[in-house]
Design a protein. Structure first.
Length: 324
């Protein structure tokens, strides 16, 4: 078992050296905490899969500090340029044809590479200090809730990685939007903080949904049917779920409830979590709320229904995969 270090932001030089030495370091981004390794070191990348228990057919996102690095890793095109100019640094991942210098293990053996430039100042500083692109999926055990605080990382990966940078809570709270621009038709692979309408406006064309294909590897992270899940079974109510919650409690089950402030009827008795009524605020607090409920030893978690609008698409995606 590794001794995992808690590193303050002032110790980024130490973190960068660990990464150059082939070690794993968790760091904050604006979306969730990432588990970083030198993307050009196959042995270091293999350690990510081992630490997370990640399926070999699920590729990684490579994080870069500048556009030139991204262009040296993937074959660039006009669609990528438009989106990068508008949204980088930021919560947008682009999938492009890979260059040969990227190890196959990073892309799960596939022909494309997922790449993004994070907006978090600590992430960018770490990338510059390390001097290498960093492969960095979410810093949690595979399939589990993504981490939005260093404490979440510590709970899940202590003893499996070299260090965690203490960067406080993340702001967006859910993973990046992923767009495949590797072919003539742009495809949305994973909804996220940047909406489809925004992306289509910049592209000047329709963004097609991803159709599940019976092929391995996957073209991007975030496509597994069961993902982002607490250990406690999670149920999506067709309504506020208050009656369902009370019914199960009357049967002697310990039930947690997740709803929205001022949007749902009077909530049941605790344990419960109330999130903001707007999509951005809800997303920012979602994983942290589920982490808190998951630590209570409950039998089930009931989640009140969220709105059907486009701005809620990413939240609905995460909840549906957590409940699968």
């Amino acid at each position: 078992m590794l001794t995992t270090l808690r590193l303050e932001p002032s110790q980024l030089d130490r973190a960068a050296q660990l990464l150059r030495d082939g070690q794993l370091v968790a760091f904050p981004t604006e979306t969730v905490y990432g588990l970083g390794a030198d993307a050009l070191n196959p042995q270091a990348v293999a350690a990510i899969y081992q630490a997370k228990g990640r399926p070999a057919h699920n590729p990684l996102i490579v994080h870069v500090a500048d556009l030139t690095t991204a262009q040296n890793l993937a074959h660039w095109n006009e669609a990528a340029q438009r989106l990068a100019e508008r949204y980088w640094p930021g919560p947008l991942t682009l999938v492009l044809p890979t260059r040969e210098r990227v190890p196959a293990i990073v892309r799960a053996g596939g022909p494309t590479l997922a790449v993004r430039m994070p907006a978090h100042p600590l992430a960018l500083q770490l990338l510059r200090l390390t001097g290498r692109p960093l492969a960095a999926p979410s810093a949690n055990r595979s399939g589990r809730l993504s981490p939005t605080t260093p404490e979440h990382v510590w709970t899940d990966l202590q003893g499996r990685i070299a260090a965690v940078i203490q960067g406080g809570p993340t702001s967006a709270g859910i993973e990046s939007t992923v767009v495949d621009v590797s072919g003539p038709i742009p495809r949305l692979l994973r909804p996220g903080p940047i909406t489809t309408a925004e992306l289509q406006r910049i592209l000047g064309s329709e963004l097609h949904p991803w159709a599940r294909e019976p092929t391995n590897p996957l073209p991007s992270p975030g496509l597994l049917e069961k993902h982002y899940a607490p250990r406690t079974p999670l149920y999506l109510a067709p309504d506020a779920g208050v009656e369902l919650c009370q019914q199960w409690r009357h049967q002697g089950l310990r039930i947690g409830w997740l709803g929205r402030v001022s949007a749902d009827p009077a909530p049941p008795q605790p344990p419960l979590e109330l999130l903001p009524a707007d999509a951005t605020g809800y997303a920012a607090g979602l994983y942290a709320a589920l982490h808190r409920l998951d630590q209570l030893g409950l039998d089930r978690i009931v989640v009140a229904a969220v709105p059907s609008g486009e701005e809620w698409r990413a939240v609905r995606d995460r909840l549906s995969r957590a409940a699968a």
